[in-house]
Design a protein around this ligand. Structure first.
Ligand code: ZN
Ligand code: ZN
Ligand code: FE
Length: 742
């Protein structure tokens, strides 16, 4: 009789791995044992282990991520049965916190099975699905350490929890209508249905916080929500009943379909169809054909953020009311999402007509994640519920805490050979958000009982994140180091030697100016600024972000005074020129994001953006994708000179070339600039990969154009986390590899 010991590492604890092993081994007639240990799961198998290993490789438990399987022969007496042994006592160092997981197929079937005891129970879950991160207060992940501790298991749930053959074996949040959480008010289903039909705005408590919801087919309701929330034109995300719905409004590729249906259930940014289909709508019990009022939902954009129901409560909501609904995080502009019943009542009274809440506490708030698909690659624009916390292996065992950037902040913690990115926290200019960052970090360090070897923050001396990091470093008596923003963007994407294109709105440079159009030759410990966008002044500093005309004037002034004549009569132009002449509060920048803003403004596409990135998004949306032409540019002494490009743009505009054509030529020209910079460096450096990160690379058209000019010839690596939410990843890796000795 042969016997083997199998050791598996990866995400294998708290994901139903042991019961899966028990069930599989028992079915194959094998005996032995399975046990969690320090860095994974150890299995001892007696009998023919080949079919077991085959199943492990081809059909592992759905939530597991297997990094490594090692098998060795062992000797010993053959046991009589297969047992699940207690975990080796090894501390909790290697546990990872799982993100919340969308309802699984099995639970969904039970939810709508009238004979099941959890029929239409909005908190149904199992070992493969349900809340995790949002309810965890401490580790190890056990019910008393979660907000489910308030609900004592009934005898039926308890026996399911204890039975290794049951799919709720050791599912910590297991519950049922007898013993589990409840929705308030009790007749919520009717209230939801009536409110939607009457165009009301409903505050709904979900998994990671409250949403504000209304019927997306009712333009008056959407308008009302915009007005009450004080949100001018920032697009709203939709939750739709099913895929069929999505396809009447958006183009959906196979990859996008997979992402929409994935257990992360993110908001996916999809391209809106040229001709949006009509959709069926129920009015007083009868179906009526109607169209989605996109001008209210995503004004001026060619993409729409869509997600499918992800919690059992959503499943019931959309079973009752099979319409698309606006589902937007419940907050006022820059404030964090509301997640407690008390706060919702206090703060949402002016926005919501109706409240639907429940009594399962949300310990860790968590916004919905936002993703997009570029070709075959998924990019994460906001790492929220379902996606984060997300861990990836790194080449160091150091414990490093990285504080990220101020915009779209989140932090990362590296320890025991992995770095974990925490879910999106928000913009730190809001003091409440700063407090949330501090609490979240304290909770995470507490969970793992860790003190970092090193704290890392952005190079910007005035960032809130920098100050908070330094305070933490003092309190914990830990050394701290600063990392340049664009270097962090790139190392978070690819940490070996490469040519990096780090294009974004703003980041503090080593020379004290604002960077943002950077081509760096870099590795995980150092970088050289090889090329950069020719610097220009930002009249009024950060104010220029909200007013692209100021940037446009600044660019034109560098070309020649004659170009300015177009603006002659404008008062704003005169005051901007005065500001530029005085030089007061006109910091210099090489920002690619601001160049996009200025071009969008010059072409008359977006002159007054109301949210971050709007001018660039509209420029991309406006571009005529069939256009292949380009504009002039020059590269000299490391400087990418945009002046010939802007001059060309204005000349052509005056000759009557349309804005969509010129918007496309602008994108095409940037792709050529990328190629020229990369090829120049390749001459000296050889064929090292080209890496792309920074907020600008959310732009799908730009990515496509770069692939067109350079793919096949060079290896292109586009960031999965291109926004500033990915900064902490790069900071942590640089911290571990540069400053902590191995
Ligand atoms: Zn389930
Ligand atoms: Zn129960
Ligand atoms: Fe950035």
């Amino acid at each position: 009789m042969n016997a083997v010991s199998i050791h598996i590492t990866g995400i294998v604890q708290g994901v139903g791995f042991r019961p899966w092993v028990w069930k599989t081994a028992t079915e194959l007639g094998l005996t032995g044992s399975v046990q969690n240990n320090f860095d994974g799961v150890r299995i001892e198998l007696f009998g023919d282990s080949a079919p077991f290993l085959e199943k492990l490789e081809n059909d592992p438990p759905p939530l597991a991520r297997i990094d490594c399987i090692s098998v060795s022969e062992i000797e010993g007496e053959t046991p009589r049965d297969f047992t699940i042994r207690l975990s080796e006592d090894c501390g909790e160092a290697l546990q990872r916190i799982s993100p919340d997981i969308a309802i699984c197929g099995d639970c969904r079937r039970e939810l709508f099975d009238s004979t099941d005891r959890r029929f239409r129970y909005p908190f149904i879950n199992c070992v493969n699905c349900g809340p995790r991160f949002s309810i965890i207060e401490n580790l190890p992940y056990d019910r008393p350490q979660t907000s489910m501790r308030d609900f004592e298991l009934c005898s039926e749930c308890r026996s399911e929890y204890k039975n290794p053959a049951n799919r709720r074996y050791h599912a910590q949040p297991v519950c049922c209508p007898e013993c589990g959480p409840k929705i308030e008010p009790e007749n919520w289903e009717k209230i939801w249905l009536d409110s939607m039909a009457q165009g009301k705005i409903v505050a709904v408590k979900g998994i990671g916080g409250f949403h504000l919801a209304c019927d997306a087919l009712n333009p008056d309701a959407v308008k009302k929500l915009r007005k009450r929330k004080g949100r001018e034109s920032k697009p709203f995300a939709l939750m739709v009943p099913d895929l069929e719905w999505v396809k009447t409004v958006c183009e959906v590729s196979a990859e996008e379909e997979k992402l929409l249906l994935s257990r992360e259930r993110p908001i996916v940014l999809l391209k809106i169809l040229k001709e949006v289909g009509t959709v069926r709508r129920i009015v007083r019990g009868a179906f009526v054909e109607s169209t989605l009022s996109l001008e209210e939902i995503a004004p001026g954009l060619n993409t729409l953020g869509v997600m499918l129901p992800y919690s059992p409560m959503h499943e019931i909501m959309f079973d009752l009311f099979p319409h698309p609904a606006v589902m937007t995080s419940a907050n006022y502009s820059t404030e964090p999402m509301i997640h407690t019943n008390e706060k919702a009542r206090k703060k949402l009274g002016e926005i919501a007509d109706v409240f639907i809440t429940h009594n399962r506490g949300i310990i860790n708030r968590c916004d919905d994640p936002v993703c997009a698909v570029h070709g075959t690659q998924t990019i994460v624009i906001r790492p929220g519920r379902g996606i984060a916390p997300v861990s990836m292996p790194i080449d160091s065992d150091a414990c490093v805490l990285a504080f990220g950037a101020d915009m779209k902040n989140t932090f990362a913690l590296a320890h025991h050979g992995q770095v974990t990115l925490h879910p999106y926290i928000g913009d730190l200019e809001n003091p409440e958000t700063q407090a949330i960052l501090e609490q979240a970090i304290q909770r995470e360090l507490g969970c793992f009982k860790l003190t970092p070897d090193l704290i890392v923050h952005d190079l910007h001396p005035d960032y809130f994140s920098t100050r908070i990091a330094q305070t933490f470093a003092q309190k914990l008596r830990v050394k701290s180091r600063a990392v340049q923003h664009h270097h962090a963007h790139l190392v978070g994407t690819f940490s070996e030697k490469a040519v990096g294109f780090s294009f974004d709105g703003t980041g503090y440079g080593t020379d004290g100016t604002i960077w943002g159009g950077e081509v760096l030759l870099y590795d995980s410990t150092d970088f050289k600024r090889a090329f950069y966008l020719r610097p220009f002044a930002l009249p009024g500093g950060e104010m220029a972000v909200k007013n692209p005309q100021r940037v446009a004037v600044s660019l034109m002034r560098q070309i020649d005074e004659a170009s300015l004549r177009r603006f002659e009569r404008d008062e704003g132009v005169a005051s901007t020129l005065k500001l530029l002449e005085s030089g007061i509060n006109c910091p210099m920048t090489s920002s690619m994001g601001r160049l996009f803003d200025a071009v969008s403004c010059l072409l008359g596409i977006c002159e007054t953006p109301t949210f971050d990135g709007e001018a660039a998004m509209r420029l991309e949306a406006a571009a005529d994708e069939t256009e292949c032409g380009d504009l002039a540019f020059s590269i000299q002494g490391g400087q990418i000179d945009w002046r010939p490009m802007i001059r060309d743009l204005i000349d052509e505009m005056e000759q009557g070339v349309s804005a969509p054509v010129l918007a496309a030529r602008f994108h095409n020209t940037l792709a050529e600039i990328v190629y020229c910079c990369g090829a120049a460096l390749a001459k000296k450096q050889g064929r090292i990969p080209w890496v792309f990160s920074g907020g600008v690379f959310q732009n799908r058209l730009l990515v496509e154009r770069i692939e067109n000019v350079a793919d096949g010839e060079f290896e292109l690596v586009f960031s999965t986390y291109p926004t500033d939410s990915g900064i902490a990843l790069g900071q942590a890796v640089i911290g571990a590899e540069k400053w902590v000795s191995k």
